[in-house]
Design a protein around this ligand. Structure first.
Ligand SMILES: [Ca+2]
Ligand SMILES: [Ca+2]
Ligand SMILES: [Ca+2]
Ligand SMILES: [Ca+2]
Length: 363
């Protein structure tokens, strides 16, 4: 991804949609500022950019604000490659302690709390710039027996992220189990069963993982072995570094029922829904593999002769060829009240893409 802010504004009939390639903290600030005016939750992603969907009555104000933003952040913002590195800090949530082992998501873990920086044993190895964290600075309460804590870090990637993999490097006092999106990926020390009192806190362990999903949830169950009642002689904590490598699909511009707004159709389980997929300088619609295109779960409809209902034409007269595909509506795919539908597909080279368009479903 090239440096700088790349901004495109698309005037959807129902409002304004702005894509900006900006850094995550800026994205978060914008979301807070515009929250009452956003009609679709934005995706904050450094590599894919930030997509705002704004209500119609707010469009004019936003246009001027967007221009200011471009001026400000074109100096500082840079899009990253599709990778992130996450370090343990106080953004992690923590559950427990419990005095017995429970699996992740067990109701016994109770409410989540923010992690705090914990007292650091002088012999614990560092993993800069990650922090040793726990639920309290000093270990508390029932330290005559073993205790278990669960730590959770949630990482947003992008819509329809794919090819997700990375390595979790973690260390804990005394033993940990590691999960990604609920799947066990490894452990060090004995988290369940009799404690073996190995000095597992001396060493970090690497946990390679692969995953699917727009969001990754990393869970760590950490067991502190029973020890003396003096907090500084039997501390507990977790430290980790997580690399995440992933790819994001191309986002393309579509118009469901091209040229008409609202884009209404009857929810009667029959009839054809046309969708325009707009080409651009960087997106040649002839690269689209029609056999992979779906509107939600609907494939492109076929003609009696076995060919796809698809036509190449310049719908918006911008001199770039567009692709109009038709979908046969089916019961249960759309419901009255649905406001958006997502079109997905692959290019012939396997690159996935998606686009979101407004819909209006007549009962
Ligand atoms: Ca360890
Ligand atoms: Ca300990
Ligand atoms: Ca439309
Ligand atoms: Ca066009």
């Amino acid at each position: 991804m090239e440096e700088g802010v790349q901004t495109t504004c698309i005037r959807a009939e129902s409002g304004l949609r702005i894509n900006m390639y900006i850094q995550r903290p800026i994205c978060d600030i914008i979301f807070i500022m515009f929250h009452p005016h956003i009609f679709r939750k934005p995706s904050c992603n450094e590599s894919r950019g930030y997509t705002l969907f704004l209500k119609e009555d707010y469009m004019k104000k936003v246009i001027s604000f967007a221009l200011v933003l471009i001026a400000i952040f074109s100096m500082t913002a840079s899009a990253s490659a599709d990778s992130q590195t996450i370090y343990s800090d106080t953004s992690v949530t923590v559950f427990g302690p419990l005095d017995e082992y429970k699996p992740i998501n067990d109701p016994a873990w109770g409410a989540a709390h923010q992690a705090v920086l914990t007292w650091i044993h002088p012999l614990w190895p560092a993993l800069d710039p990650a922090f040793w964290i726990s639920n309290t600075y000093y270990i508390e309460g029932n330290i005559a027996g073993d205790t278990w804590r669960m730590f959770r870090k949630t990482v947003d990637l992008c819509e329809n992220a794919y090819d997700i993999s990375g390595t979790i490097t973690a260390n804990s006092d005394n033993a940990e189990e590691v999960y990604v999106n609920g799947t066990f990926v490894g452990s060090e020390g004995t988290v369940q069963g009799p404690a073996d009192n190995g000095w597992w806190w001396q060493t970090s362990k690497d946990y390679p993982y692969e995953a699917t999903g727009d969001t990754l949830v990393f869970d760590f169950i950490v067991r502190n072995y029973a020890g003396s009642s003096y907090p500084e002689s039997n501390p507990t904590g977790l430290i980790f570094q997580i690399s995440v490598n992933y790819s994001c699909p191309l986002e393309v511009v579509i118009d469901i029922k091209p040229g008409s707004f609202p884009s209404c159709f009857n929810n009667n389980g029959n009839g054809l829904i046309p969708v325009a997929i707009f080409g651009s300088e960087s997106f040649d619609v002839r690269d689209v593999d029609l056999s992979t295109v779906l509107l939600e779960s609907l494939p492109v409809a076929m003609k009696p002769n076995g060919k796809y209902m698809a036509a190449y034409q310049d719908v918006d007269l911008d001199s770039y060829e567009d692709l109009v595909v038709k979908f046969q509506d089916e019961d249960g795919v759309f419901e009255p009240g649905d406001e958006f539908a997502t079109l997905t597909g692959n290019l012939f080279d396997g690159t996935p893409f998606f686009g979101v368009g407004d819909i209006c479903v007549r009962p």
